[in-house]
Design a binder for this molecule. Structure first.
Ligand code: G3P
Ligand code: CA
Length: 268
């Protein structure tokens, strides 16, 4: 996230609020972004998908069932896939009361609303393109929206935006369409395959359960798509002991539902 590796500078890993500060506010909502800001956390992660009528929205699951009241509002529409609902329909849903009644009335944000709030809060965005196989063309549409919202200017490209995905094809597509955008691949490719990933990505972002100090060292040994050492962000680390463990491996960033706990554990 910063130009130099944590291992080079001795700096603590950057802390990234996973789906916003999602232990404390409903995930992937503006409330979760604001909660991260209130905790003093700069980086926010989210998940981007597409509605039936082509709007980009922020939600983790491919179904609206778990995190909204869609079953009550649209009872006959199982399995309630995001791709089968219009943006206007999704805008009617409550995305907060499942988490806590105090958040009743919270909405599923559009990506436009989400990036605008992150910008207002002077935060930074780790944007995940979720389930890209369901949404052909979503990479181009995401980049177009980011450009329209002012997120592809130099200031954002040089330290306020990373686009990541579990799909190597999707990351490769983002890199091909807009080489200036910093990218991340979610997963733990075999060390022997890392040079191929380094051609189109700047980060390798593994689950913390699959991480070791040796793996972090192997990633750091390669230069990424922008000619700087490949970085490692790991997820989803929610307790102090696990945070200290991965910090000891030399990771560059920790993606967490409890960013205050992780920050207190690793410094920063
Ligand atoms: O950013 C890493 C993490 O979000 C990947 O897993 O399922 O929470 O999107 P998931
Ligand atoms: Ca995610």
């Amino acid at each position: 996230l910063s130009p130099a590796r944590a291992t080079d500078t001795g700096a603590p890993p950057v802390v990234i609020a996973h789906r916003g500060a999602s232990a404390y506010a409903p995930e992937n909502t503006l409330a979760a972004v604001d909660r991260a800001a209130a905790l003093g956390i700069d980086w926010v992660e989210n998940d981007v998908q597409r509605t039936k009528d082509g709007e980009l929205v922020v939600l983790h699951d491919d179904s609206l069932q778990r995190t909204t009241d869609v079953e009550e509002v649209f009872p006959g529409r199982a399995p309630w896939k995001v791709k089968d609902f219009t943006a206007a329909e999704i805008a009617r849903l409550d995305a907060g009361s499942w988490f806590d009644p105090a958040y009743t009335g919270t909405r599923v944000p559009t990506l436009e609303q989400f990036v605008d709030r992150v910008e207002q809060n002077r935060q930074k965005l780790l944007l995940e393109i979720k389930n890209p196989q369901l949404y052909p063309g979503i990479e181009q549409e995401t980049l177009k929206l980011l450009g329209n919202e002012g997120w592809l200017d130099r200031r954002h490209l040089e330290g306020r935006l990373v686009v990541q995905s579990f799909s190597a094809d999707s990351v490769r597509t983002v890199h091909a369409l807009k080489p200036a955008v910093k990218t991340g691949f979610l997963g733990t490719p075999p060390v022997a395959d890392l040079p191929a990933y380094a051609a189109f990505t700047d980060q390798i972002n593994p689950s913390h359960g699959s991480l070791s100090a040796g793996y972090v060292t192997a990633v750091h040994a390669l230069d990424g798509a922008h000619g700087k050492p490949l970085e490692v962000l790991t997820w989803t680390v929610n307790d102090a002991a696990a945070a200290r463990r991965v910090a000891g491996f030399g990771v560059d960033g920790i993606i967490t539902n409890t960013p205050d706990v992780v920050r207190d554990a690793v410094g920063g």
